[in-house]
Design a protein around this ligand. Sequence first.
Ligand SMILES: C[S@@+](CC[C@H](N)C(=O)[O-])C[C@H]1O[C@@H](n2cnc3c(N)ncnc32)[C@H](O)[C@@H]1O
Length: 238
Amino acid sequence: MDHETIGSEDWDELILNLEATIPVYDRINRFATIGQVDKWRRMVRQRLPSEDAKLLEVGCGPGSFAEDVSGVDLVCLDPSALMLEAAKPRVNSKRQERGDSEVEFVKGKAEELPFDDNSFDGACSLFSFRDWYDKRAGLSEVLRVLKPGAKMVIVDPAKMNRIHGFLGWLWMRVWVGAYARIICGVKDHPWKWLTKTYVTFGTTRDYVRMMEDVGFENVTAKVVFPGMATIWEGKKPL
Ligand SMILES: C[S@@+](CC[C@H](N)C(=O)[O-])C[C@H]1O[C@@H](n2cnc3c(N)ncnc32)[C@H](O)[C@@H]1O
């Protein structure tokens, strides 16, 4: 595992661990982020088109972000059938209440997006980019399926430097780890993988460079909560 790739054995194990978090996912996330996660999700929504648009969420998980996206057509992609099963009723019942169109749920990976070129007006990935097994390939794929001028927005906990990375590791290991142990009732809880992927995840700057390398323009990154959330955004050139 390094800041660009995750080997196939590790990735398969990571997916199993992510699936094991489904029943407690939102509860632990809120605790781990001291309630800030909803604000960060809002910040992502504010950066994307809010009407007459077709958006893609890559790595939708159990639907924690998707359920509050309104006014646009949405496609949610995830490689885990269990995640999609958890997301579908939750997201579509909320959308139905609001009069929004049903979400299209698609099983797939960021690295091989099953969509035509230039098909989305915006794309996002929340707390999933860290788990992509080939981040460069995934970003190239997102660029391919975006329409010219459309934006990709990512949120994930990058580090600014090594000291910051060490403090983030401590936070996840001690604070989040202790809570997850209590909630899951087992010492070997699946949130241990959060620490693993955090440790190998790169710096804010690494992914600004990567987005620029694959062809995004006007790439920016904003640290919204040190160690826990950075928002990157970049546009497909016209
Ligand atoms: C921590 S959940 C994030 C859920 C949701 N986006 C949120 O806002 O909370 C990470 C998700 O990324 C998915 N994932 C992992 N590797 C992926 C890949 N290569 N391509 C797309 N999604 C991936 C996992 O299956 C998991 O559902």
